[in-house]
Design a protein around this ligand. Structure first.
Ligand SMILES: Cc1ncc(COP(=O)(O)O)c(C=O)c1O
Length: 484
């Protein structure tokens, strides 16, 4: 019997067999048994659906490029799959660059980012004709010098920041305001347009902004785009031809339903014992109003990529872009492409209470397997016991990882699981397709987990194997020499 679960996008793909959760026709218990836990799982059908939703840009604005931000999930099969659909890649290091080139992404579909790019990375981009998003301003001169030495002309977009936005996402992932380590201040742009003409080996051909990640409000995109369109006119007046506008990534996904998320936000502020140490996670103290205001990530977004694109182009912007000669519009989606297309399976080692009396579930992977908790302590996921989905009752608990520090918690906000969890149960964290292993490490010398893919036709295969003892220690050359 198909259970009705109002979980976007999962309910469409979910099923159940003998109490086991099935997704896209595959029993998750079978995956855990075959590949071990913790385990990352990606679902090809959802990735394709996301890509098609981004592709609606085709109807709205023809001259565009979707460059998948590979940092969101740096897996060869995924890059190949997206590249097969026609996507390019956004890269932030020479290693990501080499990886996407190996996966067959054409150089003209690659965009290079980073606020501290290595010389080698810049050289590679210049040699291969890859567009570089220059960041910070000083990098323009470095790029010009390198290009001069290589006797090439570098293709460059100027990455901008200092936009008039407040709290459009959590501070750690907000990259376009005044407090940003990225980009050149908007106020400096016109001055740069005048001076860049002296840089003979650099073609300033575009403007770029990446607003931040998990942006749930498209108004910020429309506003940023109209500011950029105005700047592009000034660039033109200064003799530059702006052929490209790169709006970065950032479209948000829903980690929880709307009501559940609103309720959770209220409970964080009001309810004792709902968060770890009663901390008002995600809230900031506003000095002006002397009140707690929400300053964290929004874990609900009303918009899917197609709706974001519709909202962005239903206004006057398309006309403005066309008036500019229809520059190439680049989007660099990461989370919006893969975030809701993956889940992580952990095994429960113990269910107990902490000295303070609250319930705690201990699982066999830590924050090193679930990086978003490190970046955002308030991180939340839909969670489910997958080996007995029909179990009765509910259980509120914090969830602890297996690393040796107290802050290693996979949920600092009390989570309700359906049914009373037991030792040995398997538990799935949904919507972990993006940034889950971004900061993965061998903390406490644990191996990094395997990654599997469930394909559209309901088959599964291993993409990345789980590490073994030698993988963990192979860089220790002294240990290596003892073995030989
Ligand atoms: C320059 C740039 N582009 C794109 C992205 C992808 O962002 P998201 O995953 O939120 O779509 C990032 C993420 O940090 C980024 O830094």
């Amino acid at each position: 019997m198909k259970e009705e679960i109002n979980w976007e996008p999962w309910n469409e793909y979910m099923d159940e067999t003998k109490g086991h959760r099935k997704v896209c026709g595959v029993d998750l218990i079978e995956l855990a048994e075959e590949y071990g836990t913790p385990l990352y799982v990606l679902f090809g059908a959802i990735i394709e659906k996301n890509y098609r939703r981004y592709q609606t840009l085709e109807e709205k604005y023809k001259n565009h490029l979707l460059s998948y931000a590979v940092k969101a999930n740096t897996t060869f099969a995924l890059i190949k799959l997206l590249s097969g659909y026609g996507a390019g890649a956004e890269v932030a290091s020479e290693y990501e660059l080499e990886f996407v080139l190996d996966a067959g992404v054409p150089p003209e579909k690659i965009r290079a980012n980073g606020n501290c790019k290595s010389r080698y990375f810049l050289e590679e981009c210049i040699q291969k004709g890859i567009v570089i998003n220059a960041d910070p301003e000083e990098e323009l001169y470095t790029i010009n010098n390198i290009a001069q030495r290589l006797e090439k002309r570098a293709k460059v977009n100027l990455r901008l920041a200092g936009f008039p936005f407040n709290n459009i996402t959590a501070p750690n992932i907000f990259t376009s305001g005044k407090w940003s380590k990225f980009g050149t201040d908007l106020e400096r742009a016109r001055d740069i347009f005048r001076r860049v003409g002296d840089l003979n080996c650099l073609n300033l051909q575009g403007l770029m902004v990446h607003l931040g990640s998990q942006i749930a409000d498209t108004n910020a995109y429309s506003k940023a785009l109209s500011i950029i369109v105005e700047l592009a006119k000034d660039a033109r007046n200064a003799g530059l031809e702006i052929k490209e506008i790169d709006l970065g990534g950032g479209f948000g996904i829903s980690y929880l339903g709307k009501e559940e998320w609103e309720k959770t936000k209220a409970r964080i502020k009001e309810e004792q014992d709902f968060t770890w140490r009663d901390a008002p996670l995600g809230y900031e103290y506003d000095l002006g109003s002397k009140k707690l205001v929400w300053g964290g990530e929004e874990f609900y977004s009303p918009l899917t990529p197609d709706l974001c694109i519709k909202a962005l182009f239903d206004g006057a912007l398309r006309q403005e872009l066309e008036d500019m000669g229809s520059p190439l519009l680049v989007l660099e989606p990461g989370r919006g492409m893969v975030g809701n297309a993956g889940l992580t399976i952990f095994r429960i080692c113990h269910v107990g209470t902490i000295p303070g009396g609250q319930n705690i579930i201990h699982v066999d992977g830590g924050a090193n397997c679930s990086s978003q908790n490190i970046i955002m302590p308030e991180f939340l996921h839909r969670i489910e016991i997958i080996n007995e989905v029909r179990r009765e009752g509910s259980f509120d608990a914090f969830i602890a990882g297996n690393l040796c520090y107290t802050g290693d918690l996979l949920s600092r906000i009390k989570t309700t699981v359906k049914g009373k969890p037991e030792q040995g149960d398997l538990i799935a964290f949904y919507d972990t397709g993006a940034y889950e292993d971004f900061l993965s490490s061998n903390a406490n010398s644990f191996p990094r987990p395997a990654k599997a893919m469930v394909t559209k036709d309901g088959k599964h295969r291993l993409l990345v194997r789980r590490e073994e003892y030698a993988d963990i220690f192979h860089r220790d050359v002294d240990w290596g020499s003892c073995l030989s």
